[in-house]
Design a protein around this ligand. Structure first.
Ligand code: NAD
Ligand code: DAU
Length: 333
């Protein structure tokens, strides 16, 4: 199979590219990515020179760039997005353009050429849970609360609309919080690890008792791969990690891995509209496709700290330039 992987130079997309090239020796991969601040060719260095891999720079919202690539591939695996909630609060328009319009442009190209389409989405489309609520599942009504999650909800609705209206062969995965190699250090875990390694403090929003359900990125990549190949057309699959933790617990675990104490925590102003809790019931993908997480949060966090320790050049280069401006604006530093 020849796959068009949008957003393949980002965090999860690049992990997915390495996963496919390793696990499917017969497959070819074309990455299509705009290389925004979050896209980085260094993430794809391992694939360079592989005859089954090619990189094309471009914008998913540009129909002329997208059409020939969709035409030459058998399936589109759609990761490209503006992905950070805090940036969506600063600048919502980029989120609507890429996540909604960009997805529609890709869907049109897939429709024109009759291609299989897998859409990578998020559990944030379901809103926020209270402490005693049952976890999100495929039947949970949509209730997005940030510009990011609203734009992802819009894209999910478009994908389903192209299935019902035009018969496009689509699937969707809605996944919880990922972590692992190549995670951009604007997100909690890589920001905390790299700040701690630099001797800085970790900014914790509000009381730090918000809950996320953490999943190692490799487990997410396996789930996307399975749904792409064996998922039922027109269906949605929720993907989660059995990894519910308060943010402050995650930060304390990271402190212990790098040998810092509680003095390295800095409580800062809360995120506006901050969703209190996410959790996922992944029974459907487990029952239908036999998927479940394989990396425990304890081993995954330990390995991730080790990855950042041994990839200092990668994150130091990412944390320079425009990143500093973003950090200053977000954290007032
Ligand atoms: P990321 O921000 O690390 O990467 C996004 C990639 O998309 C970058 O390489 C960027 O250059 C590219 N991109 C952005 N706009 C583009 C455009 N207009 N045209 C082409 N390429 C463009 O994001 P990520 O964390 O890897 O997330 C990937 C996908 O997975 C997103 O759709 C996100 O909503 C979804 N998701 C993420 C998580 C998570 O925890 N990170 C969890 C569930 C779902
Ligand atoms: O749930 C899936 C989503 O997970 C994905 O769709 C998004 O693309 C991804 O960014 C992630 O969103 P979150 O907002 O949950 O991730 P983030 O790492 O930004 O924040 C995790 C939690 O940590 C959240 O409760 C906010 C908090 N936080 C975050 C940062 C960056 C802090 O306390 N301090 C921080 O500096």
């Amino acid at each position: 199979m020849k796959l068009l992987v949008t957003g393949g130079a980002g965090f999860i997309g690049s992990n997915f590219v390495h996963h496919v090239l390793r696990e499917h020796p017969e497959d070819e991969v074309v990455v299509f990515d705009l290389l925004t601040y979050a896209g980085n060719l260094e993430n794809l260095r391992e694939a360079e020179g592989n005859p089954r891999f090619r990189f094309v720079k471009g914008d998913i919202a540009d129909p002329e760039a997208v059409k020939p690539l969709v035409a030459e591939c058998d399936a589109v695996v759609h990761f490209a997005a503006e992905s950070h909630v805090d940036r969506s609060i600063m600048e919502p328009s980029a989120f609507v353009r890429t996540n909604v319009l960009g997805t529609q442009v890709l869907l049109d190209a897939a429709r024109e050429h009759g291609r299989r389409f897998h859409h990578v989405s998020t559990d944030e489309v379901f809103g926020a849970l209270g402490p005693d609520d049952v976890p999100f599942s495929e039947t949970t009504p949509y209730d997005p609360r940030s510009p990011y999650s609203a734009s992802k909800a819009g894209s999910d609705h478009l994908v389903r609309a192209y299935f019902h209206t035009f018969g496009l062969p689509v699937t969707i995965t809605n996944c919880s919080n990922n972590y692992g190699p190549y995670h951009f250090p604007e997100k909690l875990i890589p920001l905390a690890i790299t700040n701690l390694l630099e001797g800085k403090k970790v900014p914790v929003y509000g009381d730090g008792k918000q809950v996320r359900d953490w999943l190692h990125v490799e487990d997410h990549c396996r789930a996307v791969d399975l749904v792409l190949r064996r998922g039922r057309i027109g269906e949605t699959y929720c993907v989660g990690g059995n990894g519910e933790r308060e943010n402050i617990e995650i930060v304390r675990t990271l402190l212990s891995h790098v040998g810092r104490d509680e003095g390295a925590i800095e409580y800062v102003k809360d995120r506006p509209g901050h969703d209190r809790r996410y959790a996922i019931d992944f029974s459907k993908i487990r029952t239908e496709l036999g998927w479940e997480p394989s990396v425990t949060l304890e081993e995954g966090l330990r390995d991730t700290v080790e990855w950042f320790r041994t990839h200092e050049d990668w994150w130091k280069s990412v944390k320079s330039g425009a990143y500093r401006e973003y950090y200053g604006r977000q954290y007032g530093k």
